[in-house]
Design a protein around this ligand. Structure first.
Ligand code: SF4
Length: 460
């Protein structure tokens, strides 16, 4: 195909206009918007009896103040009592799983939100001891306990408590260091606060410190982003997640408080992302894909080199467990049989757990075809290649015949140099890494056969 010479960060405008539109992020396949209401006949948790390892996710939805860009499932409150009674529900829900899950090692535990560190140290201890008793938690070598924290409110004493409870990975929501940007999103946090916490977390033995950053926020520009990145690089976090701000005020009420005139244009956002990747690359960070970066010695970077990366609802990860149990409002779980998700709203979640022990409301039972496509999409997203012979081994059908329609969808991407193929594999090129979601989406049968109301974020 003919390309124009005009480029943004080395990508032609034509490529960008063809492929940078909305597309699923594939933190799961099928994507969560496909889940259907659960009736009594769908019980994907039945497979939890036959697993060898387990991940736990716990959603703590509470926050002290509202960040205007927020798209999370959260409850803004100054009433601590709500959190305390929510904890009772979390532990009640965990107990519901007690006789449904095989007694296996918990290899990963992640607390997300909201703001998990909204919990008092005493309640954090109560939560972890409760979960420890139910799931036989054994913190230590070879297991990942991670927690998201708000650097504006995280106390040093809480870091002590978290380490004592076995947490070894800390994720700080930095977003941007520019004061004007911070004002426009109602999230003021100084670089000094982040510095103090980063140093203190390292002193206390946290093995990995990760920063969340966002580009495309109101008042951001290339220069302010570079300045934020310089401050970030001074602190050398082990991992960086650089997310794109998707402005969807009709879906996320908080975003209505953002002045749309201050949001960078689509072209500016693309330029920002490309510049950030270059900036972080020059500083030695490895670009793992989509929005994740890691220092070369970090476990995630090593896993990427060894072809062992995986994806889950938090993005790229290592050490996949056989199943995930998600506790709390809106949490998603999976097993070999499929997915299930809890009710979103705090009140409905609380009522459901009180009445029936759990709060699942939507889900998906995996067919063999879903499992094949899940594997294909994971290979492309995590290893940037697809072994055709493995597809043939799994299906007993020649690859070109089995995925005839998918190859037709991929044709423009072959022509545009995003992918290439030989007899044995399809490989994503350096340029194609930017559009790996588009490549993966060719194998998403639901995207091409069913309508959805979901609004996916833009690729770039
Ligand atoms: S961005 Fe984080 S801290 Fe801010 S409102 Fe959303 S969940 Fe709470």
């Amino acid at each position: 195909m003919q390309e124009t010479k005009s480029t943004i960060g080395g990508l032609s405008e034509q490529l960008l206009s063809r492929y940078s539109g909305p597309c699923p992020r594939y933190t799961s396949y099928p994507t969560a918007d496909r889940f259907k209401p659960l009736d009594g006949s769908i019980k994907p948790w039945d497979a939890l009896k036959n697993i060898r390892s387990l991940s736990l996710y716990v959603h703590i939805p509470f926050c002290r103040s509202l960040c205007y860009f927020c798209a999370c499932n959260k409850v803004i409150t100054s009433q601590y009592g709500l959190a305390s009674s929510y904890l009772d529900n979390l532990l009640q829900e965990a107990r519901w799983y007690r006789d449904k899950v095989a007694q296996v090692p918990v290899t990963q535990l992640h607390l997300g939100g909201g703001t998990p560190t909204f919990l008092s140290d005493g309640d954090m201890r109560r939560l972890m001891e409760g979960l420890g008793e139910i799931f036989d938690l054994r913190p230590g070598d070879g297991v990942e306990y991670s927690i998201e924290a708000d650097p504006r409110t995280l106390e040093l004493e809480t870091l002590d408590t978290l380490r004592e409870l076995g947490f070894n990975r800390l994720s700080l929501g930095v977003q941007d260091f520019d004061i004007e940007v911070q004002r426009s999103i109602n999230r003021i946090c100084s670089a000094d606060q982040v510095t103090e916490l980063t140093v203190a977390a390292r002193e206390r033995g946290f093995e990995s410190i990760s920063y969340d950053l966002i580009y495309g926020l109101p008042k951001q520009n290339l220069s302010s982003l570079h300045s934020t990145l310089d401050k970030v690089l001074n602190l050398q976090p082990d991992r960086i997640a650089l997310y794109h701000y998707a402005h969807l005020p009709h879906r996320f009420k908080a975003q209505r408080l953002i002045n749309t005139e201050l949001i960078p244009s689509a072209t500016e956002k693309v330029a920002m992302q490309l510049a950030a990747v270059e900036h972080l690359g020059q500083a030695g960070y490895e670009f793992l894909g989509m929005d994740h970066f890691a220092r070369p010695g970090d476990e995630l970077a090593k896993a990427a080199h060894a072809g062992m990366l995986q994806r889950n609802f938090q993005g790229y990860t290592l050490m996949p467990a056989d199943a995930l149990v998600g506790l709390g409002a809106s949490a998603i779980s999976y097993s070999r049989n499929g997915f299930w998700q809890n009710l979103h709203r705090l009140k409905e979640y609380t009522q459901a757990v009180t009445e029936r022990g759990n709060a699942s409301c939507r889900g998906w039972l995996m067919s063999d075809e879903d499992k094949l496509r899940q594997w294909v999409i994971t290979e492309l997203m995590c290893r940037l290649s697809l072994d055709k012979t493995e597809v043939e081994r799994r299906t007993g059908v020649p690859f070109n015949q089995y995925f005839f329609q998918e190859l037709k969808r991929l044709e423009p991407m072959f022509e545009d140099g995003l992918i290439y193929q030989d007899e044995k594999k399809i490989t994503v090129t350096e340029q194609g890494r930017w559009f790996v979601r588009n490549v993966a989406s060719a194998f998403d049968i639901y995207l091409h056969s069913q309508q959805t109301d979901a609004q996916y974020s833009r690729v770039l």
